[in-house]
Design a binder for this molecule. Sequence first.
Ligand code: ATR
Length: 259
Amino acid sequence: MHAAAFAWAGLRGEYRAQRVEPAALPAQIAALRRPGVLGANLSLPHKEAALPLLDALSDAARRIGAVNTVIHRGGQLSGDNTDAPGLLRALEDAGVGAQEGAVVVLGAGGAARAAVYAALTGLGREVYVVNRTPQRAQALAAAWVRPQGAALVRAVDVEGVPWEQVGLVINASSAGLGAPEESPLPDFDFGRLPAGAGVYDMVYQPHETRLLRDVRSAGRRGENGLGMLAHQARLAFAAWTGLEVPPQVFLGALHEKLD
Ligand code: ATR
């Protein structure tokens, strides 16, 4: 995607994949301060481990507790999280979740924290978190208690969700990732959702998971994670270069590689 964006912008930039062992992370982060380096993307487990190694953090990175984008300027490194705004843009593009109503987040890892942050700050909706291991959902929800003690995010089991009041379900679990028949909600009747409700599955490989198939066969809207992947990259590229490259450039590169 970034190679396509550099080409579109007529820049001689290079985006390289690099394997970094956890012990080497501080040295690799320090190396980003070299002149000519625009920044980096981080994947697990570095997304979380990099936080104390950076000079500044965006609100999103701090609240989510994960950095997917490091931006270098004049020797200073700042950490951002473009997953949350990328998700919001992808939802808007797909017209999924435009319906009023609560948001259900499936999963309780870093991806789920980004989804909760997006739902609260971008959509301003009530959030229910459902996770295979309930204790992790409870820990996630506890981080969002207002000083006055009001819960913004509730950890519940599947039957604790008021499904008839839900506008959007986000799969932020890794169920279905590389395993098309695995679903975070196996045997769930998505007909319990209001007719206009939608489901966003962050999984993009395979393009159609069992979750999305179940959603669509119940007549509800479902969208895979390709849009979020493209938008988080587009936003990172904009932070590094100051250039707004059209989303189609990133999506086109993804389809070329993954279809
Ligand atoms: P990330 O930070 O990328 O979100 P993670 O911390 O490994 O990654 O989280 C993966 C999430 O997917 C977890 O919520 C996990 O549930 P557990 O907390 O019970 O481990 C969830 N998950 C993974 N496989 C799943 C499956 N087959 N069914 C339901 N949830 C699953």
